[in-house]
Design a protein around this ligand. Structure first.
Ligand SMILES: [Cu+2]
Length: 206
């Protein structure tokens, strides 16, 4: 076997031997696929993915609607649409304005702010474009699926606080849950929002 393959195999074996998993469900809002579940704090220094993360613009929408990233991640904003867009963020956490740019071009913004902070995204041309970058302290996060299920893999053993975030929920009402991750196997967690405050699109009558 090649050296590269041997190295890869040993890396995979190492990470599997020393990492657990957190999985479970979240409930209480209609758009569960827009809920981000994340570990509040984990010790260590984490390297953002070299490839960055993508917040696309397609059919006059941001895709995805919610993008969780590790602090320091370079977020790319390709215009994959047939019209021009002007992405900007009014958020205090990371104000920026990419200006108007045409289909087929891209711009990027490094999310060089500490987690956990929310960077909201809008388009100066189209009111219906709205999305969120959730900047997080550690890479242990997941977006729930439409049924509210989530899985966070590769979590080092330890005690953590898990938080569920949704764009319309007040910060002091976000559900939190203590969780203990064992060296292997899965810790099961269920989280629930106490009230549904609706979603972004609803304020535009969608
Ligand atoms: Cu636009």
């Amino acid at each position: 076997m090649s050296l590269r393959f041997a190295l890869l195999t040993s890396l995979v074996a190492t990470s599997v031997a020393h990492a657990g998993e957190i999985n479970g469900t979240v409930q209480g809002v209609k758009d569960l696929e827009n809920v981000v579940v994340y570990v509040e704090h984990a010790d260590g220094a984490f390297k953002p993915p070299a490839a960055g993360a993508i917040m696309d613009q397609k059919n006059i929408q941001f895709v995805p609607h919610v993008l969780p990233v590790l602090t320091g991640t370079d977020v790319k904003f390709p215009n994959s649409d047939t019209v021009r867009h002007n992405v900007f963020s009014p958020s205090k956490a990371k104000k920026f304005n990419l200006g108007i740019y045409p289909p087929g071009t891209t711009k990027d913004v490094p999310m060089d702010i500490p987690g956990a902070q929310i960077v909201s995204l809008l388009c100066a041309i189209h009111a219906q474009l709205a999305a969120f970058v959730v900047v997080l302290q550690n890479p242990y996060f997941a977006t729930a699926d439409a049924g509210g299920r989530f899985t966070i893999k590769g979590v080092p053993p330890g005690n953590y606080t898990l938080i569920a975030w949704h764009e319309k929920q007040p910060e002091n009402e976000l559900p939190k849950q203590k969780v203990t991750v064992a060296p292997s196997g899965a810790a099961k967690v269920s989280l629930a929002f106490s009230k549904d405050y609706g979603r972004t699109g609803e304020k535009f009558g969608q």
